[in-house]
Design a binder for this molecule. Sequence first.
Ligand SMILES: Nc1nc2c(ncn2[C@@H]2O[C@H](COP(=O)(O)OP(=O)(O)O)[C@@H](O)[C@H]2O)c(=O)[nH]1
Ligand SMILES: [Mg+2]
Length: 371
Amino acid sequence: MRKACIVLPTYNEAENIEILIPKIFRAVEKLNNWEVHILVVDSLSPDKTAEIVKKLMKKYPRLHLLVTAKEGLGKAYIKGFNEAIRTINPYLFFEMDADLSHDPAVLPNFFKQIELGADFVIGSRYIKGGSIPKDWGFHRKIFSFLGNMIVRLGFMKLKITDWTSGYRAIKSWLIKSVFDHIKNYSGYVFQIALLDQAIKRQAIIKETPISFQNRKKGVSKINFSQYIFQVLIYVFLNSSFIKYVIVGFIGFFIDFALSYTMIEKLHFKKESFWLVTAISAEMAIISNFILNNYWSFSYKKLENKVSTFIISFLKFNFVSLGALIIQAFGIQILTNFFGPQYWYIYKVLIIGLIIIPYSYTLYNKFIWKNK
Ligand SMILES: Nc1nc2c(ncn2[C@@H]2O[C@H](COP(=O)(O)OP(=O)(O)O)[C@@H](O)[C@H]2O)c(=O)[nH]1
Ligand SMILES: [Mg+2]
């Protein structure tokens, strides 16, 4: 029998917790392979949430309580994980809101995905079978959808539909392995950092549909503008896709600056412009290769072996050659169709819509491999 621990962070959830805890234990009582514990992490709620938990602990021996200072959702989770690892040592963790937004009835679906091999299961509102509350206004819907889209596109991980969901199952080894990276995120952005770090450790991520319910009692503690700001900063600083795009720009400037210097300052003859172009382009390719290895994809950088470097560098050149051919043909085709006057628009479109995703995909598949 494996142990699982559901960590429930609470701040002023007295009315909700009283209903939620019996519901959870009822939802998991039929699971034969799992011994399910609940750890409530209460940040000194003035509404005496902790007192209610203590009362319930008399009835439920697998219910535990940790009281901490109020330092935000992320810190509550970190402290909860730490405490549970020390006292319960579970195989699996759950994150769940304590305001009844997350229905315990679907807990068995998470366990099933874990048993099928997932390391990290996300309760998603945005896959088939999942939903957001019907009474959410248009603005809130758009806001939630866009927020998720920014993270999905920022990380170029479109397969994950719900980055911001707080209803998730995560294997204990994974939490332990990302601990050092996530322990300083105190707020809600902690959730995004945890998922991002799990992906970077090649965890198997699955989604299961959830129907998110509006909280009926108590108030939300999220500060939306602060949250969005923190998420944007996090994505900007941690997205290998954004870093890869920046590296591409740096490469473009190196290419341009070298050609400019050789032609305008060093007065290379016009017969050798092909050589100027080739040297500049290759220098940009070398810079891209090095920056991508030590920066954009640093979490999966190449093995420190000369042969690996040479082979990967050749592959990198090959992908770049492909990009060159795509661009050359693309420009010509568009010019033939729509005329030459918009050539710069064609170039931007081809780079933005074809070259960037093309190279990024191939790098991930063949050079900085995703297992
Ligand atoms: N322990 C603890 N729990 C918190 C804190 N902030 C939020 N929570 C809990 O985190 C869960 C989600 O918070 P909620 O305010 O419902 O956020 P929303 O669902 O995004 O509006 C709830 O169970 C809250 O009680 C905190 O600072 N400490
Ligand atoms: Mg809530």
